[in-house]
Ligand binder design. Structure first.
Ligand SMILES: [Zn+2]
Length: 263
């Protein structure tokens, strides 16, 4: 039995020292388990910190915004080509009107030709008006697109700020968790030194297999881990403070501490 000490030792002083170190070892085992559970909790907090989801959501929104800006910019390029094309058309129409007007002004054509040219000029002016009003509509659409780009860019920069804040909160949280983890790990390792290598190995193996609670405290009748009463036949393994055994019910490591025998 690991941790069990022969209390029938011939030198009482040695026996008392050994017993007290056995109690220390049993208490250390419980403390190691408690600290390991705290470390598990810290690791879980680190792994489950919601920054990843938040950052992913923000990145998604920002990407949507950027793709909208690209679309709007492509739209503006198209609008500008349309505006330039209409502009060129208007210039051509004005040139034509000027040439026809020059023919009328030259005074060398008859009234029928003048009437035909005048009708032509009037039709050309209508086309110019139509082209100008179409151009205006496109200019308005371009203006609207520019305004939307500006709005979306404000949103994108807000999202970038929110992302930075989230990451900063995460880094702060991680720094706190890391420093706690270092402290608690050091405290746990110190306590581990008090436990015998066999018990330590049994604890580590069980912890790998079961995780979490692998050590129960024997209160004289029950195992604290499974809450079941230990049959009398097994109790004699756990009579002295510092005894370390196995729970007959849940097979966890069971420790006996003196101060638990109150009842
Ligand atoms: Zn048990």
């Amino acid at each position: 039995m690991a941790g069990t000490v022969d209390t029938g030792a011939s030198e009482p002083q040695v026996a008392v020292t050994a017993r007290s170190s056995a109690v220390d070892a049993a208490a250390a085992l419980l403390e190691v388990q408690r600290l390991d559970l705290v470390l598990d909790e810290l690791a879980e907090q680190g792994a489950n910190f919601p920054h990843k989801t938040k950052v992913a959501q923000i990145a998604q929104k920002a990407a949507e915004g950027k793709s909208l800006v690209e679309k709007l910019e492509a739209g503006i390029v198209k609008f500008e080509a349309q505006i330039a094309k209409i502009e060129k058309n208007i210039v051509d129409l004005r040139d034509k009107i000027e040439r026809e007007q020059a023919k009328i002004d030259a005074g060398q054509i008859d009234y029928r030709q003048v009437a035909a040219l005048s009708a032509d000029i009037s039709a050309l002016n209508d086309r110019i008006n139509n082209a100008e009003s179409e151009q205006l509509k496109i200019m308005e659409a371009r203006q609207e697109a520019k305004k939307r780009i500006a709005d979306v860019q404000v949103k994108i920069s807000e999202l970038e700020g929110a992302k930075e804040q989230t990451l900063q909160a995460y880094r702060q949280q991680m720094a706190i968790l890391a420093s706690k983890t270092v402290q608690i790990t050091a405290a746990r390792d110190e306590k581990r030194e008090l436990i015998s290598p066999e018990v330590r190995e049994s604890y580590d193996t069980q912890r790998d297999q079961r995780g979490g609670n692998v050590v129960g405290l024997f209160d004289g009748t029950r195992c604290s881990a499974c809450s079941l009463a230990i049959p009398t036949a097994f109790i004699d393994q756990l009579t002295s403070p510092g005894d370390i055994g196995t729970c007959s019910e849940c097979h966890r490591i069971l420790v006996c501490l003196g101060e638990q025998h109150d009842e």
